[in-house]
Design a binder for this molecule. Structure first.
Ligand SMILES: [Zn+2]
Ligand SMILES: [Zn+2]
Length: 337
């Protein structure tokens, strides 16, 4: 089959690799659409816990074309997506409903081959049927599942005043999730006016261009700060700056993926004095079912988030665009085209 392979940090190629064969408890999916995510870029740059060589791609949907001989309840032809995280079921975290913190976590597209390929092999238990959801929308089930977990963790109170830093694809999923959570007001910050416009169309009440006037504008909107600040940029300086707009008793959700090892400065006294809560949210933790339900209902819209649908053979161009075009939204690779 054809696939995109990251041989080593900084080195990606597109070419022929052996077709995956399913283990007894696995299925093989023919990939119809696979989303490009910031994590793939981190893996490309060697900034993430990946193993090389690796076929990246952990957000995808397609059709089951082969099932392992121990799989009895999945028919070839099923339209499906997958939870890329493979949990061990045996460690202390798995056994206390914190599976995303699994001590032996494996992930499709991170430390075993992913979906930037014509076919991908996944354990049966990671497979989720998508019914009639179009493949290009079902490819959002994984990122939206991360948003579901973040919402479970942040517990945004009804009537909250929320600030969201970053209106990229994740920011625009968060925009919708926060809007449905009962927040009274959602202010979104981004460099791109096109992204801000989209966030407004998807439920943000206020949009603030990132730049020199940003802090002043945010203080006008929320003189005492925001009840909830969410970082969806993964840029350490932005994360650090967000604390200046956190209200007393506020919650700060670290959602964006900063490069491993990066540091920010915060004042512990301020955390103490202001009763602040700092909340992390890593990947998804059996939250893809809720995500699929959101997609099925149409209450979270993902089609407007797609800016590029690219044949997988142009993977290098897609990765290049993702790193240089500040206006781009979700880039989808279509292995079949
Ligand atoms: Zn991702
Ligand atoms: Zn585990």
């Amino acid at each position: 089959m054809k696939a995109a392979i990251i041989e080593a940090p900084g080195k990606i190629s597109y070419g022929e690799v052996p077709d995956p064969a399913p283990a007894p408890d696995e299925v093989v999916l023919q990939v119809a659409a696979a989303g490009l995510c910031g994590t793939d870029l981190h893996i490309l740059r060697g900034e993430y816990e990946a193993v090389y060589p690796i076929i990246p791609g952990h957000e995808f949907a397609g059709t089951v074309v082969e099932v392992g001989n121990a799989v009895k309840d999945v028919a070839v032809g099923m339209r499906a997506t997958a939870d890329p995280n493979i949990f061990c079921h045996e460690c202390a975290f798995c056994r206390s409903n914190k599976a995303n913190q699994c001590a032996n976590l494996q992930a499709v597209g991170v430390n075993r081959d992913g979906a930037f390929a014509e076919y991908v092999r996944i354990p049966r238990e990671n497979l989720y049927p998508i019914g009639e959801i179009p493949f290009i929308e079902a490819a959002f089930a994984e990122p939206l599942g991360c948003v579901v977990l973040a919402m479970q963790r942040a517990q945004i109170a009804p009537g909250s005043d929320v600030l969201l830093l970053g209106a990229g694809p994740m920011g625009c999923l968060l925009t919708q999730a926060v809007s449905h959570s009962g927040a009274a007001r959602l202010t979104v910050v981004d460099l791109s006016s096109r992204r801000l416009e989209l966030a407004r169309a998807l439920g943000a009440t206020d949009a603030v261009p990132a730049g020199p006037d940003q802090a002043k504008r945010l203080r006008e909107l929320a003189p005492d700060g925001f009840d909830v600040v969410i970082d969806a940029t993964g840029v350490p300086a932005v994360v650090e700056g967000g604390f200046a707009h956190l209200r007393k008793r506020g919650k700060y959700l670290f959602f964006g993926v900063c490069p491993t090892g990066e540091q920010i400065r915060i004042t512990p006294y301020d955390v103490f004095r202001n009763d602040w809560q700092i909340i992390g949210s890593f990947a998804l933790s059996y939250t893809i079912q809720e995500s699929i339900r959101w997609l099925q209902s149409g209450r979270v819209r993902v089609a407007p988030l797609i800016s590029h649908e690219i044949p997988l053979s142009d993977v290098a161009a897609g990765l290049e665009r993702a790193q240089t075009d500040p206006e781009r939204m979700k880039i989808l690779f279509l292995p079949g085209s």
